[in-house]
Design a protein around this ligand. Structure first.
Ligand code: UDP
Length: 239
């Protein structure tokens, strides 16, 4: 049973369990996808029913940020812990490398997915990079076809939310991959274009603040965080 946080259902898994489940999906027949919502995405889902549907239809929904953990706790239905998308992806790649599986990287500005692919192939020997494509394409079909021809087992779809969830729900099956993971800005981090917050900040649940300091233009988006907490409080009182 999933844990509901303002209409989005989260799988109650530790990071280890989430990776295990990801590997199971990767080895299961058919196509599956993973969503990694943070409070900002939950807020988007409150207003956009189609986005909420695309997120809730994912086979695995992971709590990306400390905000989700706090929200679930305040609502009296705590989650076991955080499973940030980027850490989930790192662990999944390590497992895929052991089995010689292949990965396609989709998203970010031109050149970024390619650079990420080079770095990841070095970091995870055994992992096969099946192909890459930037995230600023006009037509979906040629991209879907490129993934299908690559024979990738897994695709990281990094187009930002909710675009990536819509894309996975609509095209996942046609790519022929077994697993697609919606991972926001992760390719920028893997390529070294954007720096992830040092451990101190993320360990203290302050990664969002670090990102805000580094990139003040995110302030508008960050306002969704206090709004999320206000909505959680309201929901708590209603309950
Ligand atoms: N992006 C993309 N295509 C688009 C819009 C965005 O590939 O049409 C990429 C963008 O370049 C960035 C990622 O999607 O690499 C979204 O990053 P953001 O920091 O917004 O995501 P977060 O990690 O905060 O969810």
């Amino acid at each position: 049973m999933r844990i509901d946080v303002l209409g989005v259902g989260f799988d109650n898994l530790t990071l280890d369990e989430a990776v295990e489940r990801g590997m199971e999906l990767l080895h299961s027949p058919g196509t599956h996808y993973v969503a990694t919502p943070n409070p900002e995405i939950v807020e988007i889902c409150r207003e956009n029913l189609a986005a909420r549907h695309a997120v809730n239809c994912a086979d695995l929904v992971l709590a990306d940020g400390i905000g989700i953990i706090k929200g679930a706790q305040m609502l009296g239905t705590p989650l076991k812990g955080r499973a940030p998308g980027i850490e989930f992806a790192g662990r999944l790649m390590a497992r895929m490398a052991e089995e010689g599986l292949s990965l396609y990287l989709l998203g970010a500005k031109p050149g970024v997915a390619e650079a990420a692919g080079e770095k990841l192939a070095q970091k995870y020997p055994g992992l096969r990079i099946a192909g890459t494509h930037d995230g600023y394409f006009q037509e979906d079909e040629p991209v879907v076809e490129d993934i299908r021809r690559s024979g990738a087992d897994c695709v990281f779809v990094c187009l930002g939310a909710p675009k990536q969830e819509f894309w996975m729900a609509k095209h996942g099956e046609s790519t022929g991959a077994h697993l697609l993971c919606g991972l926001g800005g992760s390719l920028d981090v893997f390529a070294g274009v954007v720096e992830r917050a040092p451990a101190f900040w993320s360990d203290h649940g302050l990664e969002w603040f670090y990102r805000l300091c580094k990139n003040p233009s995110r302030a508008g988006r960050m306002m969704k965080l206090p709004l999320f907490l206000v909505h959680v409080q309201r929901e708590k009182r209603r309950k």
